[in-house]
Design a protein around this ligand. Structure first.
Ligand SMILES: Cc1cc2nc3c(=O)[nH]c(=O)nc-3n(C[C@H](O)[C@H](O)[C@H](O)COP(=O)(O)OP(=O)(O)OC[C@H]3O[C@@H](n4cnc5c(N)ncnc54)[C@H](O)[C@@H]3O)c2cc1C
Length: 468
């Protein structure tokens, strides 16, 4: 019997356990898996709370389906009937501009216009800004294969205004990161590829749209929207994974020590127990992996610590519909850096997804902190609710008391993929001692689908090694 210990019970650790179990069965490899999670619950950043008929997500609220790994996992786990898509009949997104909400033009794919009429008539971007974006059509592609920041990439192709109004709040917002430091290759490699292949983002996105329109539709499953979630919240995915695992799951205990032995590893748990392993997967934040690896390899630990993290908070507020003066006719709004608002973005959750609010109620979720003002994420819960209420009063005109309020403070939660990230990760992976693996949001993609994909790849590597 071979022994695998996975440290960290977030989605990456759980997916690793699930796919290692599958791969071991396929290869007739007797494999005992132990997963250790420091907190009293599994899921890591995935936390769903369900007070009084609301479904409130503390961390992620959905996953993108263009990266198929999370959707596939839900289907494999028998969650097909539980999947819900976004309410695309009302999919407008707004940008706060001069204190007012302005609708993003239809046909904008992240930042790239693919429908010209709505783009040209939009009041979100000035004429000068629109002309500069149009120059993307003729500006020659960059030949230098080196990484660059998201800000440099967008400025070069679409201009400063597109960066300030669209890319910084939308694209850097997804990663809760500073656009001037964020690696384009690690976060939006498709844009780099489009520039290389088509010489222009607009040309490339138009070609992609045409190809999608021609592609055969549907595959027997229900309608797939760009973002999807589960009826009872994403915690359903965590629960289904837990049910599907035959592994030993230890919760409420941290791995506090890691030693190398002549043929594997010994791990010490905070409760005093020791575990023997032929292979170890560290599916924790990079700084937690660094702590464990320091006694084994101080240099590797120091390099892991160069992956920076920022802190954020989400504040969800529910209101009676009758008390809410704004129609919430869209998925929410993002806030450019130049605005005086202290929010990064606000999702109109009960419009974006069905069944998120109690009857006759609405639900909104505001994001605070991040690289713009991390200190805000450390405020106490009452102060955060008060801050968000002030901002919503200014922007949406709501004065009423919320009927429900939930605050989740995420300290050092968002890994920062600074320029050169992928090279640093490749070097880290190469420096790991045999039988030890790093996986999860710190390395090769922060979203749930990328974490699932990494878990899959790590599981395959572990089983190949242990079966050899
Ligand atoms: C507010 C917010 C909103 C987000 N929204 C989205 C979204 O809508 N869609 C999306 O796809 N992604 C979203 N993300 C990103 C995504 O949720 C995370 O990147 C992903 O869930 C991280 O998974 P993980 O398993 O890598 O890490 P984590 O979830 O952080 O799990 C790591 C686990 O390791 C445990 N651990 C640490 N040290 C030890 C130790 N020594 N011993 C034992 N256990 C240990 C931790 O307790 C933790 O449970 C969001 C993130 C945040 C913070």
């Amino acid at each position: 019997m071979r022994r695998l210990v996975i440290v960290g019970g977030g989605i990456a650790g759980l997916a690793t356990a699930y796919y290692a179990q599958q791969a071991a069965a396929e290869h007739d490899l007797p494999l005992a898996i132990t997963l250790v999670e420091r907190e009293a619950h599994l899921g890591g950043k995935i936390v769903t709370d369900r007070p009084d008929g609301f479904v409130i997500e503390g961390g992620p609220d959905s996953f993108i389906t263009q990266k198929p790994w999370a959707l596939q996992l839900c289907r494999e786990l028998g969650l097909e009937e539980r999947l819900i898509g976004t309410n695309d009949a009302r999919k407008a997104v707004y940008v706060l501009r001069g204190g007012r909400l302005r609708r993003m033009p239809e046909g904008l794919l992240l930042v790239v216009p693919t429908q010209f009429r709505p783009f040209l008539t939009s009041r979100l971007i000035s004429w000068r800004g629109k002309l500069r974006m149009g120059l993307d059509w003729v500006i020659p592609p960059r030949r230098d294969p080196a990484d660059e920041s998201l800000a440099d990439f967008i400025r070069r192709r679409l201009g400063q205004e597109a960066l300030d109004v669209l890319a910084e709040p939308m694209m850097a917002g997804i990663h809760v990161a500073d656009a001037e430091r964020l690696s384009i290759q690690a976060t939006f490699p498709r844009f780099v590829e489009i520039e290389r292949r088509y010489g222009s983002l607009i040309r490339g996105m138009l070609a992609a749209r045409r190809a999608r329109a021609k592609a055969p539709r549907a595959n027997g499953h229900g309608k797939t929207t760009v973002f999807m979630t589960l009826r009872g919240g994403l915690a359903e995915l965590v629960d289904a994974l837990e049910r599907a695992l035959h592994a030993e799951i230890v919760i409420g205990q941290a791995v506090s020590g890691l030693e190398r032995t002549h043929d594997g590893y010994t791990l010490t748990l905070s409760g005093g127990r020791t575990l023997i392993a032929d292979a170890v997967v560290l599916a924790t934040p990079a700084y937690a992996a660094a702590e464990l690896l320091r006694p084994l390899d101080a240099d590797l630990a120091a390099r892991l610590e160069t992956i920076r993290y920022v802190s954020t908070a989400t504040v969800s507020l529910g209101y009676a519909v009758a008390d809410f003066p704004h129609p919430l006719d869209g998925f929410g709004y993002v806030v450019p850096r130049s605005e005086s608002s202290r929010l990064l973005a606000c999702t109109w959750t009960s419009t974006k997804f069905p069944q998120r609010a109690a009857p006759q109620s609405v639900l909104l979720r505001a994001f605070v902190g991040g690289p713009r003002d991390e200190a805000l994420a450390a405020l106490d819960e009452d102060a955060l609710v008060a801050l968000v209420r002030e901002e919503l009063a200014r922007t949406l005109g709501v004065q009423a008391e919320p009927t429900v309020a939930r605050v989740f403070r995420w300290r050092r939660a968002n890994p920062q993929y600074d320029v050169g990230h992928l090279e640093r990760v490749a070097a880290l992976e190469a420096a790991c001692p045999p039988g030890l693996y790093l996986t999860g949001s710190a390395y090769r993609g922060v979203g749930i689908p990328d974490c699932v994909k990494q878990g899959q790849a790590t599981a395959r590597a572990v089983v190949t090694r242990l079966g050899a």
